[in-house]
Design a protein around this ligand. Structure first.
Ligand SMILES: Nc1ncnc2c1ncn2[C@@H]1O[C@H](COP(=O)(O)OP(=O)(O)OP(=O)(O)O)[C@@H](O)[C@H]1O
Length: 296
């Protein structure tokens, strides 16, 4: 496989704060990557570094084999969709969508038109008059119809309702299967996007804590539920990712179990429950589910 992004020891410091801390990662070509983490974990800073919008304090970045900073050849292949995108005063939606193809050589106008209909976007309305969800839809359309070989979506769904979010996931997947490209999706709505993701990167306090194929990650933990004494006897010295309990019952999440171990657990009267990607991220970053929901 070819890596379209490679970093080595990438670090971004803001005075005493290290927003991105010694990050060495690769994004493989034509895959959908999830970039997950709590508020302030460093996701936006990392994406800003990879798109040449921030300068590294230390470390190396290669995007399509080159340094992205002020590199027009590289940046014409890259799209970065972020909520805080600023548009010129008085621009209408159609002006944004009319200007985008100049920066995105793979732009597909028919696809953009279909998406405008899908999202019911009023093209003659001024950007500053749009609702929050409509503003997000503009970003989503630019990101999808632009078909940049490397597309970053930084929480693109803010303000989008459940129907519009589902539309985004559906169109992304349909179009990606016909026009494979490298996509990096940063989101707090982990359960919603879990099925889309092929590779998962979790960042916490600027450091990479997970860099794994999504399928491997899904099978990497199991929750064992049952009577406390039985659960603890089974868990023994295994690596524990999370532990909860009420009265005599316990629920302990452990790292991967072999088929033999699973049979042994069942024989001991214990229940085994799969761990969702969101639960796993919560366990690995010390967040609570409520934290992630609040920040969504
Ligand atoms: N320009 C800046 N100056 C100082 N600190 C900054 C700057 N930009 C980001 N930070 C800090 O760097 C850390 C990482 O921020 P970043 O925006 O990358 O996080 P994030 O993972 O995208 O968070 P969220 O999910 O809340 O969007 C935070 O502590 C943030 O306050």
């Amino acid at each position: 496989m070819t890596a379209v992004v490679r970093t080595r020891g990438l670090t971004r410091e803001y005075k005493e704060l290290t927003a991105v801390d010694d990050v060495t990662i690769e994004f493989e070509e034509n895959r959908i990557h999830g970039l997950l983490g709590r508020n302030g974990a460093g996701k936006t800073t990392l994406m800003s570094l990879l798109t040449g919008q921030e300068f590294a304090t230390r470390g190396e970045i290669e995007v399509f084999g080159q340094d992205p900073v002020e590199n027009a050849a590289v940046l014409s292949q890259v799209s970065f969709i972020r909520e805080s995108q600023r548009y010129p005063e008085d621009f209408q939606v159609r002006h944004v969508l009319g200007t985008a193809p100049r920066f995105l050589p793979h732009w597909d106008q028919d696809f953009a038109d279909r998406l405008i209909d899908d999202f019911r976007l009023p093209v003659k309305r001024r950007i500053k008059k749009l609702s929050r969800g409509q503003l997000s839809a503009v970003g989503v359309i630019v990101g999808l119809a632009g078909r940049a070989p490397l597309t970053f979506f930084d929480e693109p769904y803010l303000g989008l309702d459940a129907v519009a979010r589902q539309l985004f996931y559906d169109r992304l997947l349909e179009d990606y299967s016909e026009n494979p490209r490298t996509i990096v999706l940063s989101t707090h709505l982990i359960d919603e996007v879990a099925q889309l993701l092929e590779h998962v990167i979790v960042i916490d306090n600027g450091r990479i804590v997970v860099d794994q194929e999504a399928d491997a990650l899904r099978g990497s933990a199991t929750t064992v539920v049952g009577r406390r004494a039985d659960v603890e006897a089974f868990v023994g010295a295994r690596e524990v990712l999370g532990r909860e309990g009420i009265g005599g019952l316990a629920s302990v999440t452990v790292a991967g179990l072999s088929p033999d171990e699973r049979r042994a657990a069942t024989a001991a009267g214990l229940e085994l429950a799969p761990v969702s990607l969101q639960q796993l991220v919560v366990r690995l970053t010390g967040a609570t589910d409520t934290d992630l929901e609040k920040s969504a």
